[in-house]
Design a protein around this ligand. Structure first.
Ligand code: DWN
Length: 397
């Protein structure tokens, strides 16, 4: 097939999403890359074009902590409860972060893999068995020297961050028991296109998977998806239940349902992506006009949740520290730093409640429900939020 990989969206020059700037480095040149999104007509994968190595992105300074949101903690706690009913002997988690998921299990039952050593240390210190290494066949073999094959592998928001999917699935085949189950959660491409959440694309999100593309990538390694659950988390994700093909678990009806849904929306066709790109360009224009109007009227705007996702939006739309006074974020490792590229100061939570703020740009839009619940008083007192998804708008009480 000629020209099988087609670029369909250019989100401009971007810094690395989680590289928050320390005060002493504020005038230093940042590392940047061109954020171009492409569609592979042959295997249906949607990915970013210019990638960084895992070592460049996931090091000992990684700021993100899964446990910072109650929604995420509850979501993983609920899944852990369901998994316990399956009575797995051992659970392996790839990308265990600060232990948000494994902490729900008996320490002897889990193995965590988390390459960012600053984050891995949090669980390791508590007595969890964790490896501060990148997921690979070599690591799978190393784990097998100490443990038996596992019957359950879980990975949330991690597989989409690893460029070499063949190595990922080779490693799964090494350590997954013949009757074992591999569960992946990652943002859904279908929901991303429907909600115009183009900020699901940044250097760490190398892929945004559809069932169609992920299943193709798995089948090359004799693995297949046998059930899909649609999740609200992170603006719409899918939970894929995967097995070895020779394991004769029946395919669940959700497979046919989801496959049809993706095909009907046009996830196999380039035109769907070209149309999405047009909507993204319009979204930029609308968001900028909201910000410009607010500033024309001397309104004070702050940001809420200095997310990796918001780095894409702010840099693509050229929204910088002349428009947003500061961000608030509960993550200690982000506070007293600046947002990548746009250099907006990040402060602790109390500043919002102590300050007179007219508009809040919702960087953590995926936790809108949790945040709106927390900020009832701000909304009640006439405070307004600016969101960019599903289209740019102002939300008031
Ligand atoms: O895939 C990834 C996801 C799961 O996490 C990673 N590549 C990196 C990271 O992406 P993100 O930064 O876009 O994720 P979140 O989970 O949307 O980040 C939420 C941010 O908002 C955190 O920094 C915490 C902050 N926050 C806050 O300050 N107050 C969140 C809530 C709910 C709050 O009330």
């Amino acid at each position: 097939m000629k020209n099988k990989i087609i670029n369909f969206l250019d989100l401009g020059n971007q810094p690395l999403a989680n590289s928050y700037i320390k005060n002493k480095n504020i005038n230093k040149k940042e590392r940047k890359y061109r954020l171009i999104i492409c569609f592979n007509k042959r295997n249906k994968l949607v990915s970013i074009k210019n990638t960084f190595s895992s070592k460049d992105m996931f090091d000992d300074q990684y700021p993100y902590r899964s446990s910072t949101s109650k929604t995420m903690s509850f979501h993983l706690k609920k899944l852990a409860r369901d998994i316990k009913k399956l009575r797995p002997e051992k659970i392996l988690e790839i990308g265990s972060n600060d232990g948000c998921f494994i902490k729900n299990f008996d320490k002897k039952k889990t193995i965590g893999v988390e390459p960012c050593s600053n984050v891995e240390r949090i669980t390791n210190k508590k007595g969890y068995n964790t490896y501060s290494e990148y997921w690979s066949p070599k690591l799978a073999k190393k784990i097998l020297k100490k443990h038996k094959k596992v019957n359950l592998i879980f990975s949330s928001n991690t597989i989409s961050h690893i460029e070499n999917l063949d190595e990922v699935f080779k490693a799964i085949n090494i350590i997954l028991d013949e009757k074992g189950i591999f569960i992946i959660e990652d943002p859904s491409l279908l929901e991303c296109l429907k909600k115009n959440t183009y900020d699901q694309f940044y250097n760490e999100h190398i892929y945004v998977f559809s069932y169609l593309s992920l299943n193709k990538a798995l089948k090359k390694h004799n693995l297949e998806i046998f059930k899909i659950e649609e999740l609200k988390i992170h603006g719409g994700s899918n939970r894929y239940f995967i097995k070895k093909i020779k394991n004769n678990i029946k395919l669940h009806k959700s497979i046919k349902f989801h496959k049809n849904k993706e095909e009907k929306y046009g996830l196999k066709n380039l035109k769907t992506y070209v149309d999405f790109a047009k909507r993204v360009k319009n979204s930029k224009k609308k968001l900028l006009s909201i910000f410009r109007n607010c500033k024309k009227n001397n309104k004070k705007i702050v940001g809420y949740g200095a997310t990796a996702k918001s780095v894409t939006v702010l840099n693509y739309c050229n929204i910088n520290n002349s428009m947003i006074d500061y961000f608030i974020d509960t993550t200690l490792d982000k506070q007293n730093k600046y947002t990548p590229g746009t250099k907006i100061p990040i402060k602790g939570y109390s500043d919002l409640i102590n300050d007179k703020v007219d508009y809040v740009f919702l960087g953590a839009w995926n936790f809108k429900k949790e945040i709106f619940n927390k900020e009832k008083k701000y909304l009640k007192n006439g405070g307004k939020f600016i969101v960019h998804t599903p289209y740019p708008k102002i939300i008031s009480k």
